[in-house]
Design a protein around this ligand. Structure first.
Ligand code: ADP
Ligand code: MG
Length: 417
């Protein structure tokens, strides 16, 4: 069996897929647009593709697949997920359709499809000029966001005409930055404005098999996300929401997948729940981002255990995964926020944080001397804290206690970017 893995980095998740493939006897072939930056830890050399040239990339992979038959695809990250869908379609492998994966990449198309399917959505519209912004000036709290970025980058809440103008100008400036223009995505210039949805927020990790949704985990996000910026911090599973609310979330995610045309492969959805129901914020055609996946482990038939990546690899080769469920007990992750702009000089208290009961690991991903840019412009975290315990509240308090042990050393002098 051979599975193609689309990725732009060789981070945790790619290594986890590699380990899972070795254990299952599956040959994993990497396809990436970063061949020049890889150390080539692969049996075969990675296939070089350009994610912004999907037609060409599909031809390259189709030529490869003629010589080396491919049984499934997987992807790490948003752009690779769209590429994987295009390739799966060309190779006639079961997967999310390319159109569906593309729709999930655009917050505008996502909103349109959910609205057209009759699902609850906030009022929304693309705002291309300060002039168009006037229509939103008296709408109460709204959220300004780029149509294609992720990780809450450029997402800003505005409650007054003045803050709205400032937010829109700030997002416009962000979208003019070289790293965003380098994505060469035609949608990356657009800004969406939508009404603010109050409520509690959750993330739903799922796996679709020929249109049938298997919910792998529902994560509570116990830190309030009121804005003006929306930094992700805590994810804790299982959810403490009532069984009724959890069922409502599952059926809302199921309906959203249908509306978007997602049918086969992993999904990561985010939603807000209030008295009016479940509002799907977005559904990504890929698993939970990178290292956060370590918060999930599964148990299967005959006492077998698996990482999320091992489960997804089984699914990619057409093996049954419906008897796998999340491990017993609770788990969670804290994405360690960047305290402010500056240059990272070090982190104290890591050993103390690791020693907190329930803490599995503390992983620092930011590098010493790295310039840290907080949200809404930035796109990084300091690192991640993982916990496992009997109950979700024990996980949450372990994560908070461990986080409180950490002392970030930074030079606050803001460098000129
Ligand atoms: N309309 C909205 N109402 C309330 N909160 C929102 C709204 N849109 C976005 N947010 C907040 O901002 C976060 C990031 O927005 P999202 O659209 O998911 O963009 P991203 O792809 O960057 O994650 C959400 O998780 C949520 O907390
Ligand atoms: Mg999101």
């Amino acid at each position: 069996m051979r599975v193609l893995l689309f990725a732009t980095t060789t981070g945790y998740q790619v290594r986890a897929f590699d380990e899972a493939a070795a254990a299952l006897g599956v040959e994993l072939q990497l396809a990436t647009d970063r061949c020049d930056q890889l150390e080539d830890p692969w049996r075969d050399r990675a296939i070089a593709v350009r994610f912004h040239e999907p037609a060409l990339a599909v031809d390259t992979i189709a030529a490869f697949a003629k010589a080396m038959p491919v049984d499934g695809v997987l992807a790490v990250g948003d752009r690779p997920a769209t590429m994987a869908a295009a390739v799966a379609e060309a190779l006639r492998l079961p997967w999310h359709s390319h159109a569906a994966a593309q729709a999930t990449r655009s917050k505008l198309r996502t909103r349109q499809r959910l609205r057209d399917a009759g699902l609850p959505v906030p009022d929304f519209g693309v705002v291309g000029s300060e002039h168009d912004l006037a229509a939103w000036a008296d709408r109460g709290p709204v959220v300004v966001k780029p149509v294609v970025l992720s990780g809450s980058r450029g997402v800003i809440r505005a409650d007054t005409p003045t803050t709205l103008r400032r937010a829109w100008a700030r997002v416009s400036q962000l979208l003019a930055q070289p790293d965003i223009r380098a994505m060469r995505d035609p949608d990356s210039a657009f800004i969406l404005v939508e009404t603010f949805i109050p409520g509690r927020e959750f993330a739903v990790e799922g796996l679709l098999s020929h249109g049938r949704l298997q919910v792998l985990a529902i994560f509570d996000k116990p830190d309030p996300l009121y804005g003006p910026y929306f930094e992700e911090t805590l994810y804790v599973t299982p959810s403490r929401a009532s069984a009724r609310v959890q069922r409502a979330m599952e059926s809302a995610v199921d309906a959203a997948c249908r509306a978007l045309g997602l049918t086969h492969g992993p999904i990561h959805a985010e939603c807000r729940v209030n008295d009016h129901g479940v509002f799907i914020l977005e559904v990504a055609a890929r698993p939970i981002g990178g290292i956060c996946a370590r918060a999930l482990r599964f148990k299967g038939p005959k006492g077998a255990t698996a990482t999320l990546e091992a489960l997804l690899l089984r699914h990619a080769i057409g093996a049954r995964v419906d008897r796998w469920t999340r491990e017993p007990g609770a788990s969670g992750v804290m994405m360690i926020p960047i305290p402010g702009p500056g240059v990272l000089r070090g982190m104290d208290g890591v050993d103390r944080a690791r020693a907190v009961p329930g803490i599995d690991d503390v992983v620092l991903t930011a590098k010493v001397d790295q310039t840290l840019v907080p949200l809404p412009e930035g796109a990084t975290y300091l690192g991640f804290i993982f916990a496992r315990a009997d109950s979700p509240s024990d996980v949450e308090s372990a994560l908070r206690t461990a986080h409180a042990c950490l002392a970030v050393r930074m030079d606050r002098a803001v460098p000129v970017i």
